[in-house]
Design a binder for this molecule. Structure first.
Ligand SMILES: Nc1ncnc2c1ncn2[C@@H]1O[C@H](COP(=O)(O)OP(=O)(O)OP(=O)(O)O)[C@@H](O)[C@H]1O
Ligand SMILES: [Mg+2]
Length: 243
């Protein structure tokens, strides 16, 4: 049997909370190919962030296996959190170049960062400090930082959750554009099932640390909520979550 580019097999993560044992992940498996866009939806506390943190190497598993097609070494992973987490003492441009700041100046991807500054509408703010930005601009800078690093896989944990409707819509389009243009592999956690259907190739539904659905979204782009195919996918996913 051939392996998928990314495989997470039978992941378990137990936490002890006040004497009780909580299974944040309870045999969760997920495989993905290079260039996949997988959204992960589920109720609060179902294990979504735990899964992303394990993939990013920020949390150890209790058991289970994780492999990347890039080999046994650590894959290059970018992560975007719900809040921007920029360094307040660095400018927008320096934040985007943050993973490279300790290296030699010659190896800094100045041109690539300028490209993302442009596509994310941040060129006029390249020398601004995070405190001088709106929430949406700061989140765009965080996205630019993750993208400029050229990760093999980018993990997004509710990246648009704190943004207003208009910024959210334009960043959805931007993420989709970058996914297609750069063949980026994306794992995207969201509470917004419509957003998941609008953007991704697959929607994985997680409940109490277990996968209860893995639904391909084979609709043409741009996807509209008013399309019957869209509504059918929404019903299919909601019927799994809403009990
Ligand atoms: N560091 C931790 N210590 C103890 N328990 C934790 C820790 N992190 C998560 N948990 C527990 O693991 C379970 C899953 O949490 P997780 O953060 O993965 O959920 P989530 O699906 O991301 O929820 P949300 O949608 O609210 O962000 C919860 O029961 C939570 O209490
Ligand atoms: Mg979470």
């Amino acid at each position: 049997m051939t392996m998928a580019w990314f495989e997470a097999k039978d992941l378990r993560k137990n936490y002890g909370i006040g004497g009780a044992l909580i299974a944040a992940l309870d045999g969760f498996s997920l495989s993905a190919e290079r260039g996949d866009f997988v959204s992960i939806v589920g109720r609060s506390g179902s294990g979504k962030t735990t899964f992303l943190r394990i993939v990013a190497g920020l949390t150890e598993t209790t058991s289970g296996e994780l492999s990347f097609g890039s080999g046994t070494g650590a894959a290059k992973i970018g992560m975007v959190f719900q809040e921007p987490r920029l360094m307040p003492w660095l400018t927008v441009e320096q934040n985007i170049l943050f993973p490279f700041l300790r290296g030699p100046r010659a190896s800094m991807p100045i041109e690539r960062s300028a490209r993302f500054l442009g596509s994310l509408g941040l060129l006029p703010y390249r020398n601004a400090y995070p405190a001088q930005l709106s929430g949406g601009m700061a989140q765009r800078a965080a996205l630019g930082r993750a993208l400029c690093y050229e990760p093999e896989i980018i993990l997004m944990d509710e990246p648009l959750g704190s943004l207003d409707y208009f910024t959210r819509r334009s960043l959805q389009d931007e993420i989709l554009r970058l996914h297609m243009a750069e063949n980026l592999t994306i794992f995207f956690v969201t509470h917004d099932v419509e957003e998941a259907i609008k953007l991704s190739r697959r929607v994985v539904v997680i409940d109490e640390g277990r996968k209860i659905g893995d639904i391909p979204i084979d609709l043409d782009f741009p996807r509209k909520q008013s399309d019957p195919g869209f509504a059918r996918k929404l019903d299919e996913i909601l019927s799994l979550i809403v009990r």
